[in-house]
Each structure stands twice: as C-alpha cells, then as structure tokens.
Design a protein around this ligand. Sequence first.
Ligand SMILES: N[C@@H](CCC(=O)N[C@@H](CS)C(=O)NCC(=O)O)C(=O)O
Length: 372
Amino acid sequence: MSEITLYGSPLSLYTGKARSYLIKSRLTYREVLPNSPHFEQTVLPKMGGRRSIPAIETATGEIIRDGGAIIDYYESLNGNLFSPGTAKQSIICKLFDVIGMEGLLRPAMHYRWNFDDFNRGFIQFHFETFAPSNLNKQEMASKRMNQMREAGRSFGAIPETFELVEKLYCDLLPKLNSHFAAHPYLLGNKPCIGDFGMIAPLYGHLGRDPKPLSLMQDRAICLFRWVERMNRAEADIGEFPDQRDSYLEEDKVPDTLVEILRHVAKDFVPETKAACRAINEWLQEQENLTPNTPAERGVGMCTFIVEGQSITALAQPYRFFLLKRVQDHYLALPSAEQAGVDGLLDACGMTEVMQLTLDREIGRLHNREVWL
Ligand SMILES: N[C@@H](CCC(=O)N[C@@H](CS)C(=O)NCC(=O)O)C(=O)O
C-alpha cells in the first residue's frame, strides 16, 4: 500500500508543486482526485474549511492542505534536503518560491482560459473528471470552469491586458530558456524549493495546456526539458557535462537568474506594492478581526501600472505570508552576508519587495492561513 495519498489533479497549478516535491524526494505516493466519499467524509473536514488542492493524507492519517505546508512538512523530516544553506542561494530560492506561487498567475490563467480554440476540449475533459460519478459531469464542470475563468479575470487577465500579459510571458520564455540551457535546475544540478514553486505555473498550466505547451516547446526547449525533469525522480540531466547532484559552488547565483528576476520584477514589484497597500488599508478597516481568523484568498482589489498599462488584480494575503519567509530569513543572516544579498537583490530589481510587510502577521492554524 502507498504511504501517502496526494489529493490533486494533473491540471492543477498548485498540485504540480507538491507532486514534483514528492517525486524528487522519492516518497511513495498515490495521486487521486478529490471526489471520493472518503475525501468528503474524512479528509475535507480536516482541511480547515477550505476545499483546495493539493492536500495529502499521510500514512498515519494526518491531513495537510496547501502545497507549501506539504513541502515544509517533508523538508523538516528530510533535513531540509532541497533548501540550500548559503545566504544568496537561500534567499533567491525562497524568492522564486513566492514568484512561482503568486507572481505568474496572470499568464497561467490567461493561456488556459483565453484560448478556447486550442484548450477547450482538454480543459473540459479534466474538469469533468472532478465530478463524482453520481452527479452531472458536464453541468458541474461548466460551473467550475466559469468560476476559474472569473478567477483569471480577478488576477488581472482581461482583454485590455492580454497584449501586455503575452508580451511579458513571451519575453520571459527565452530568459528561462537561457538559464536552463546552462543549468538543469535554478541553482545547479539539484532542485531547490524555488524550483518547486516555479513548477506550479510552469507545469499544470503553462507546460501542459495545449496552447502554452506548444509555445513553450516551440520557443523554450530547455525550459520544457526542465518541466519534464521536475516530474522525474532521477536528476535527468543527461545533456549536461557535470553530473554531480549538488547546488552551484561558493553560493553562486548565475547571471541568467538575475536576468529572469529583473524581468519578473516589472510586474511583481508594482503588484506587490499595490497589494501591500490595499491589504494594510483593509486591515485598518477591520474592527473585529480576532486572532486566528482565516486569511481569505483575496481581500479586495489593487491597481498598479506595468509598462504604462493599468492592471487591477486581487490583493492576496498569501503572497505576504510567503514573502515574510524570505524577509525573516534575510533578517536572520549575519550583516556581512546581508550586504552580499543586498547587492544581489538590487541587481535583480527586487530590493523594494524585501521591505513590504503587512501590518498584521499571518500564521497557520488547522490547515488555514490565519491572521495572528
Ligand atoms: N495556497 C494553496 C492554493 C491551492 C489552490 O488554490 N488550489 C486550487 C487548484 S490549483 C484550488 O483548489 N482552488 C479552489 C479554491 O481555492 O477554492 C496551495 O498552495 O496549495
């Protein structure tokens, strides 16, 4: 019998992160859709009132909801196997985790939901598989698909921004490709937490749905190879001369990553600033936000400018829950190491996000992110 049950779906963005981690850790698991009576009766009640995937059920029956929490759980058991220990690499690794989880939602949703001619049948098939056999699959799928289509709009992918979203993503592809032409993973020959964050948008949506998959295969072969590699237990680095299973030496962060981050910063930084402001304003208005109240996915909208274009998107507390981990890690570094990190973040155009904090902290309780 398998040790771990992963509740997820092949097309789910966040499941891709947890799955890849389980695969790379060589943990034995079986993946099932969250639609069984066992899921409804035993798993869901322990998910903190939020029906999201991924979630896992451990061999001892413990339920963990949230891709990041699943990885934290196994990283602490495995001696932080995929967390580099040096200053710059650990900061960059954690930053890529935030970007993967929160910073590429617009292209991920745009390339799924706004190319019906390419994607419709493929997406419909998967959404129908979520429906338990006693329910009307088509009806359930179309209701859920409409909700997700709307979620894409709430992340800022609307007709007015399509051109910009495509331009930013199409400019990102060759930068990612150049990196993965030189290195199998973000920080060398071994995946790190940042790779697991990035695989979330780059597998389930951008590396699997027909439209963006063809774009990736056409324009970014080495990026596509990384997507494959992230879903294989072995290192899968045959095309590289160096076969060692380790991070780059001497805390090296390749220039190709700096290039990627500089590009991502173009919308990640203004969006994070605007979301921070919006969430802090929202917090000020809350008179009765008692400790341990769940932090919902979005608390209102925020507007920001990217390359002269206005974008309005959901302000998501989860971004800051993850970002705080980068900030806390930085603050715990000796000052000499902080100075090195400062120079690197500056070169990446990411200095500002390190200073953006919410007025109230977020923690986790009973499988939910909560306001402390
Ligand atoms: N922070 C969560 C997000 C999970 C999430 O939003 N999953 C999507 C599918 S990819 C989902 O279940 N959405 C439904 C919902 O949130 O209600 C994680 O990292 O696991």
